[in-house]
Ligand binder design. Structure first.
Ligand code: G3P
Ligand code: CA
Length: 270
C-alpha cells in the first residue's frame, strides 16, 4: 500500500507555511492530508502558527498567546517566504508551475479557515492537527480544538477509520487528554526520541499511531515493522529527501509528512 501523503504545514516548500495559499496548493498538488500546528491566541482563538512567537513567519513580533486575534489578523504571514526554491537545481527536480499567492491567502490562518478549506475541497482530505506544548493555556487547547471540530461535525466520527481528523502532539498528556475527551478521534503520539521501553513498537492505550521523526527511522528502520506487528501504524515527519522517501516507502510507513507533496507523490509513483 502506498503511504498517505500529508502536506507538512501545507505545500510549505513552495508557499509560506500555514497560509491558505500553502494548503490550497497542497490540495492542488494531490496531497491526501494536511498537517497544521495550532496555538491559542490571547483571546482564545485557535490559530495555525508553529513557533511560540510570530517573529520568524510574519511581519509582526511577539508571543502568539499574548496577541489577540485582531493583532494577528493584521500581519502578513506570506512575505518572508520566497516562492522560488533556493537553487535552479530544485526547479529542475521539481518543475512545478506555481502561480503567485494572492495577498488574501497570506494572512493569518485560523483553524476555522483551514476547516472551511477542507470541507469545501473537491475531494476528501484528512487533517492532522498538532497541538503545541508547553503553553500557558495547558489543556484548554485540546478543549477548544474539540469544540471547533464539533462545529464541523468532525469530533465524533462513527469509527477511527472514518475520521477525517487525527489529533497529534509531542505531549503525552495532551494526547491522553484528547483521547479522554473524544475516544473515537484517532491520535498520533509524535516523538523526537523513543524510550527503550517503547522501542518494541508498543504504544500507550490512548494513542493510535506512532509519530517518529525520520531521523529515528534512519537509525532503527525495523521499528516500523515492530509497530506494525502490534497493529500500530507509523506517521513519519518530515520526509523530503528522496532517500528518506524511498526508505519510508520500503518500510511501509503509513503516513508520510512532506513539505513538497508534488515531488513526494511523483517519486512514490515511480
Ligand atoms: O508533523 C509532525 C511535525 O510537524 C513535528 O515537528 O516542529 O514541524 O511541528 P514540527
Ligand atoms: Ca507540526
Amino acid at each position: 500500500m502506498q503511504p498517505v501523503v500529508v502536506a507538512h504545514r501545507g505545500a510549505s516548500a513552495h508557499r509560506a507555511e500555514h497560509t491558505l495559499a500553502a494548503y490550497a496548493l497542497a490540495i492542488e498538488q494531490g496531497a491526501d492530508g494536511l498537517e497544521c500546528d495550532v496555538r491559542l491566541s490571547r483571546d482564545g482563538h485557535l490559530v495555525c502558527v508553529h513557533d511560540r512567537r510570530v517573529n520568524r513567519t510574519s511581519t509582526g513580533r511577539g508571543v502568539v498567546s499574548e496577541l489577540e486575534l485582531a493583532d494577528l489578523a493584521g500581519l502578513d504571514f506570506g512575505g518572508w517566504h520566497d516562492e522560488l526554491p533556493p537553487s535552479a537545481d530544485d526547479l529542475i527536480r521539481e518543475p512545478v508551475a506555481v502561480p503567485s499567492a494572492r495577498p488574501t491567502e497570506r494572512g493569518l490562518l485560523t483553524l476555522t479557515d483551514l476547516l472551511g478549506l477542507i470541507v469545501d475541497a473537491p475531494r476528501p482530505v484528512t487533517l492532522f492537527v498538532e497541538t503545541k506544548h508547553p503553553v500557558r493555556y495547558g489543556g484548554l487547547v485540546e478543549a477548544k480544538l474539540l469544540a471547533t471540530l464539533a462545529r464541523y461535525g468532525l469530533a465524533r466520527p462513527a469509527s477511527k477509520q472514518d475520521s477525517r481528523v487525527l489529533m497529534m502532539s509531542f505531549s503525552a498528556r495532551a494526547v491522553r487528554r484528547m483521547h479522554r475527551y473524544a475516544p473515537r478521534l484517532p491520535t498520533v503520539l509524535l516523538r523526537d526520541s523513543i524510550s527503550p521501553m517503547r522501542r518494541d513498537g508498543s504504544l500507550p492505550p490512548w494513542a493510535d499511531v506512532t509519530g517518529p521523526g525520520v531521523h529515528l527511522l534512519r537509525a532503527d528502520p525495523d521499528y516500523v515493522a515492530r509497530a506494525a506487528a502490534r497493529g500500530v501504524a507509523t506517521y513519519c515527519w518530515t520526509v523530503d529527501d528522496p532517500a528518506d522517501i524511498a526508505l519510508c516507502q520500503r518500510l511501509g510507513v503509513r503516513y508520510l509528512a512532506t513539505n513538497s507533496p508534488v515531488a513526494t507523490r511523483r517519486q512514490l509513483a515511480g
